[in-house]
Design a protein around this ligand. Structure first.
Ligand SMILES: [Zn+2]
Length: 195
């Protein structure tokens, strides 16, 4: 129970609820869950090319490549750069990204002592050259660190001759305009499109 409560978003009460539920639901569920967790770290790991979650190859066989990198229908010339795998998954859920991804793993953050040398810029540049990428979409979060990372990428990737764009940010779908903060509202207006 103590271990369950260490999961993100799970406190003591929720952990207790999980345990009680696992004790009363079908017996196989707790056992299957346990078996999956036991092999999780051996079976899944980062994709060699983009950093997404990938199935790890069995000893000595093939490479660890994720579903997106293996998808032949994707446009290899379009590359979306994200900070974390969570962000990649959120974009995938939207279902409109036709290119591939590159996960940075972290954002530039002077306050936390994370400088340009801590970001995998060499790997990103190599990837762009190898794949003949022509457009990079920077999909870092709309925060100070996210913006700083976007500007750094624009500067670092400029010599490669690729178009670097940034995702728009604005008011959330289904949201109320009155609750949007001033920065978000300003961006929503600046990023307006002709109807
Ligand atoms: Zn991949």
């Amino acid at each position: 129970m103590k271990l369950l409560s260490r999961l993100p978003g799970v406190g003591d009460k929720t952990a207790q609820r999980y345990v009680l539920w696992l004790l009363t639901t079908e017996e196989s569920l707790a056992r299957d869950l346990g078996a999956e967790l036991t092999t999780l770290r051996d079976e899944l790991g980062p994709c060699e090319r983009c950093g997404n979650v990938a199935e790890l190859p069995k000893a000595g066989e093939g490479r660890a490549l994720c579903d997106v990198c293996c998808d032949g229908k994707r446009d290899g010339k379009l590359l979306c750069v994200v900070a974390r795998v969570h962000d990649l998954m959120a974009i995938e859920r939207a279902g409109t990204m036709r290119g591939r991804y590159f996960v940075l793993g972290k954002l530039l953050s002077p306050l936390e002592g994370i400088g340009p040398e801590d970001l995998p810029l060499d790997r990103l540049q190599a990837r762009i050259r190898e794949d003949g990428v022509t457009e990079v979409i920077v999909a870092t979060p709309p925060s100070v660190d996210g913006e700083a990372t976007g500007l750094l990428l624009k500067r670092e990737l400029a010599p490669l001759g690729v178009t670097v764009s940034r995702i728009a940010s604005g008011v959330p779908h289904g949201g109320d305009l009155e609750f949007a903060d001033p920065i978000t509202m300003g961006r929503a207006l600046a990023g307006r499109q002709r109807l």
